[in-house]
Design a protein around this ligand. Structure first.
Ligand code: DGY
Length: 323
């Protein structure tokens, strides 16, 4: 069968696909041009795609022979899964393997924004490092502060586990409340959204992007947060109204933010990059060599299983998992 891979992946992963199929692989880190993608997808059976590829009705219609789409990401808001299902195309993602890397980066953001790490590094490099002074470069303590996690899925749970190392009480808000044994095991307390926003020193977002979570955080929610609190987002940019966030940061409604994702990546909302109280990263939550290699391998495993007619391990819409 014919397979198209739209991102630059390690040779060890590509060779697994080549063993079974006729492979066309994009060889650059610049996302595949839309027109090229629409042309190439025309005669492929399997597509291994990236979050930068929009798999919508147009693409699905162009992919006349498509049977299997393997997204190299846990998030799959770039894919119209309902439309794929209607065409009998299976879709998979890569859950699990990026939990630790993403939870680690959440704490990197929490620490960086609270302790002014980025600003201090820039000052030190530029030769503006003056002798030690008792009240310069002051940040805020992280240890013992309250962490509010919105979306206690696999990544949110890993963030909660790390928070205990910092002796942080952890509140969480979820669509479905965990059972009391699980809450006790993970060491978290359920809270309604507004209470979590007003009681947390750090509000960390770990929800998938859906119709329910788009713009979950608007000006109203930011005003509920403490003036000393920080917003951390490693989930998806459109969960936050980014223009409202800029206003909140400019007006002192909150103390700062640590962001890895943006509403219109790779563009930033006007004014965001000029703010001193934000740490801005280029969507690197899962970007470690080990994790990205595992994500690529898992995406390939899903793709190959689907094309063999087996149920892919992480199928999002196969008949067996539809119920
Ligand atoms: C994901 O997996 O959804 C991340 O955003 C990309 O690693």
């Amino acid at each position: 069968m014919k397979v198209l891979v739209t991102g630059r992946l390690p040779e060890q992963v590509l060779s697994l696909i080549r063993k079974e199929h006729d492979l066309t692989a994009h060889a650059s880190d610049v996302p595949m041009d839309r027109r090229e993608l629409l042309a190439l997808v025309g005669d492929v059976d399997g597509l291994l795609c990236m979050i930068t590829d929009r798999v919508d009705e147009e693409l699905l219609a162009a992919g006349r022979n498509l049977k299997m789409i393997a997204n190299m990401a846990v998030g799959f808001d770039n894919i119209n899964v309902g439309a794929a299902t209607a065409r009998g195309i299976w879709v998979s993602n890569t859950p699990g393997v990026l939990n630790d890397a993403t939870a680690d980066l959440t704490f990197a953001l929490i620490l960086a924004v609270s302790r002014r790490v980025i600003e201090s590094d820039a000052i030190t490099r530029s030769g503006r490092f003056k002798p030690w002074a008792p009240f310069s470069f002051l940040g805020t303590d992280v240890t013992g502060k309250t962490l509010g996690i919105i979306g206690l899925g696999n990544i949110g749970k890993e963030v909660a586990r790390r928070a205990h190392g910092f002796r942080m009480p952890v509140l969480y808000h979820n669509r479905r409340r965990l059972d009391p044994v699980a809450e006790q095991d993970i060491g978290v307390r359920f809270s309604d959204l507004d209470a979590l926003l007003s009681e947390s020193d750090y509000v960390s977002l770990h929800v998938p992007l859906t119709d329910q979570t788009r713009r979950l955080i608007t000006g109203r929610e930011l005003k509920l947060m403490r003036r000393t609190a920080y917003l951390i987002n490693v989930s998806r940019g459109p969960v936050v109204d980014e223009a409202a966030l800029v206003q909140a940061l400019q007006s002192g409604w909150i103390a700062g933010a640590g962001l890895d994702v943006y509403e219109n990546e790779p563009s930033l909302a006007s004014g965001l990059a000029q703010l001193p109280n934000v740490v801005l990263l280029p969507h690197i939550g899962s970007a470690t060599l080990e994790t990205r290699t595992q994500m690529a391998a898992l995406a390939a495993e899903n793709l190959l299983a689907g094309l063999r007619g087996e149920t892919p391990p992480n199928c999002l819409n196969c008949p067996r998992t539809l119920a």
